[in-house]
Ligand binder design. Structure first.
Ligand SMILES: [Fe+2]
Length: 395
């Protein structure tokens, strides 16, 4: 009798076939595994834990294949996190997928495309310092407009700052982008969180970010390839962490020895060079990571942290290597770009503008990079998608 009443109540409240709302999947996000041509990690969240967690996927809307998920946890989390990895995918192939459980129902069917191992060209986008705001939401739309192969998040992601439900708001805001475009992040200072428990600050570090996202390898720092480009996520927030600089050196050395790799792009949160009022250059990074970038002739370093756009002339051995405005020969110097204009209030600049700064503007926006076998074409765009600047590195 009780069971019958419960069933009747469920039918009346939710309608037969409707999802129990506390187990309905939301905040769907995808990211590359170690091999972007053959792996995809899929994550989502439910308000309460579900007895099972699956991704149904396939090359047609009939789906047909199933991956079983795990439930990553961290102290003080909100809701239940689900994560599944899809293996043995075909390169350069469109897949349809949905996430959820038979108990809580499934998400809408969405699509993604696995990485092309040998593209003639491809586009990716990047920005950092995102948060939850109208500007941040507009920049989600901007990435969708550009249809990149993937998006790089340059750290300072949700600005939850310990208040865990803000992560949920953030992940809901970015879901239109992250459910269809692989989202690859680097850690910023705001990912290192303290939370208030009974009026006391408790340090939880990066655990919320690392549980809520899945990056390749060690996650704190990692690398992945797309075509002839190698992307290296350095941890500028803990650059002296045991093993980090050694890993960075070895990773870049291996990249330069690899005949199929033409371009090395580093993503990190803190700028090596910056012209924010009261901040300026980062002496620690100039002394530690910049000489490593010089040694292996890193082509492009994408950074956030300072809430605006700025770009230095190519730098080598801590000096300007070219004063050309927008066309650079590959290897002449490393191009350092700051795009911390993801969606937060902007910072002021120092005055006068330092000589090594090629261009800067107090505005929010994003970076769009087109990669070919011969050139990297970098466009900085404002929030309204107008062009702030365009420069090119070529052979
Ligand atoms: Fe920051």
């Amino acid at each position: 009798m009780k069971f019958g009443l419960a069933l009747l109540a469920f039918g009346l409240i939710g309608g037969f076939g409707a999802l129990p709302p506390d187990m309905a999947p939301s905040q769907v996000r995808i990211s590359y595994g170690e091999d972007p041509t053959r792996m995809m990690r899929v994550m989502w969240q439910t308000a309460t834990p579900t007895p099972s967690r699956t991704v149904e996927y396939g090359e047609t809307v009939e789906l047909g294949m199933v991956a079983t998920g795990t439930q990553p946890t961290y102290a003080y989390q909100t809701g239940a996190i689900a994560e599944a990895t899809l293996y043995n995918l075909k390169p350069k192939t469109k897949y349809f997928y949905r996430v959820g459980s038979k108990e809580g129902g499934f998400s809408p069917v969405r699509e993604f495309v696995t990485a092309d191992p040998n593209p003639k060209e491809f586009v990716f986008t990047a920005y950092g310092d995102h948060g939850v705001s109208p500007d941040a939401a507009k920049n989600v739309d901007n990435v969708l407009f550009e249809k990149p192969a993937f998006h790089l998040m340059l750290g300072d992601i949700s600005y939850a700052n310990g208040v865990q439900p803000i992560w949920d708001k953030y992940l809901e805001q970015i879901e239109p982008m992250t459910s269809v475009i692989p989202f690859m992040l680097t850690l910023g200072n705001h990912e290192n969180e303290d939370i208030k428990v009974d009026g006391k600050e408790v340090e939880i570090g990066y655990v919320a970010t690392l549980a809520r996202f899945a990056m390749p390898g060690a996650e704190n720092w990692y690398t992945f390839d797309y075509g002839c480009a190698r992307f290296v996520s350095a941890n500028s927030d803990a650059y002296k962490a045991p093993g980090h600089l050694e890993w960075l050196e070895a990773t870049l050395a291996a990249a330069r020895k690899d005949k199929k790799i033409k371009w090395i792009v580093v993503l990190q949160h803190h700028p090596v060079y910056g012209t924010s009022k009261g901040r300026g250059d980062n002496k620690g990074l100039i002394e530690t990571v910049a000489p490593i970038y010089d040694r292996y002739k890193v082509d492009l370093v994408l950074q956030g942290h300072d809430h605006h756009y700025e770009r230095q002339y190519p730098m080598r051995a801590n000096a300007i290597a070219s004063k050309d405005k927008s066309r650079y020969k590959k290897g002449v110097g490393t191009l350092y770009v700051v795009e911390g204009g993801g969606g937060r209030p902007n910072y002021d600049f120092s005055d006068p503008m330092p000589e090594k700064c090629a261009i800067r503007e107090k505005t929010n926006g994003y970076v769009r990079v087109r990669v070919t076998g011969k050139s990297l074409v970098v466009e900085a765009k404002r929030l309204d998608r107008s062009l702030l600047e365009k420069f090119e590195i070529s052979e």
